[in-house]
Design a protein around this ligand. Structure first.
Ligand SMILES: O=C(CO)[C@@H](O)[C@H](O)[C@H](O)[C@H](O)COP(=O)(O)O
Ligand SMILES: [Zn+2]
Length: 199
């Protein structure tokens, strides 16, 4: 029974990935181009998300700043989820909904990218971060699910929306991490050229 349940999770995740390969390849390619244009002209990526998506934001920033699969120059990315003093000060003195938006206003500049992760598309602190990014004339790359939620309606023509066609948070997150790896791989391929098999 338990093993059957586990197998079903694998199957559902794999099915969603097959389906997403079709629907998401175009917006993911747009995300690659947006991030490449940003970092090659001196900009940076600011990443944010809650819970599992906070971990994804950090995972992505680590691969941009350190490396993905190949040696290349460092790429500028910063996760807004990691400084406990900033997070607790803003959460305590203002509101938890402002933990990311105040950092975006402090650090964001025109031409930077905000990478915003929300499986529901409805987290208030992510919505506020997107509004702050628009104020700073940044491009937003939003990774969502469940139809995109409120974030879907907030995005501009120049933003990128990668909306996973599923309703379950866990399944959506599993595609989000694949999307983030596709962005790292795509940026590397554009910077370094295609290569046979990545090590
Ligand atoms: O990782 C998980 C569930 O798989 C949770 O920690 C999840 O990320 C949290 O409930 C988040 O607060 C959900 O926020 P969001 O994706 O709807 O913006
Ligand atoms: Zn999780």
């Amino acid at each position: 029974m338990l093993e059957q349940r586990i197998q079903q999770n694998f199957i559902d995740s794999a099915d969603l990935k097959y389906q997403s390969a079709q629907t998401l390849s175009k917006p993911v390619a747009q995300a690659v181009q947006a991030m490449l244009a940003c970092v090659t002209s001196g900009g940076k990526v600011l990443a944010c998300g809650n819970g599992g998506s906070a971990a994804d934001a950090q995972h992505f920033s680590a691969e941009f700043v350190g490396r993905f699969e190949r040696e290349r120059p460092e790429l500028a990315a910063l996760s807004l989820t990691t400084d406990s003093s900033i997070l607790t000060a803003i959460g305590n003195d203002y509101d938890f909904n402002r933990i990311f938006s105040k950092q975006v206003r402090a650090l964001g500049q025109a031409g930077d990218v905000l990478l915003a992760l929300s499986t529901s598309g409805n987290s208030a602190n992510i919505i506020a971060a997107i509004e702050a990014a628009h104020e700073r004339e940044m491009t937003v790359v939003a990774l969502t699910g469940r139809g995109g939620g409120k974030i879907g309606n907030l995005l501009r023509e120049t933003d990128v929306h990668v909306c996973v066609p599923h309703d379950r948070t866990a399944r959506i997150q599993e595609v989000h991490i694949l999307v983030l790896h596709c962005i790292c791989d795509g940026v590397d391929a554009q910077l370094l050229g295609e290569q046979e098999t990545p090590t």
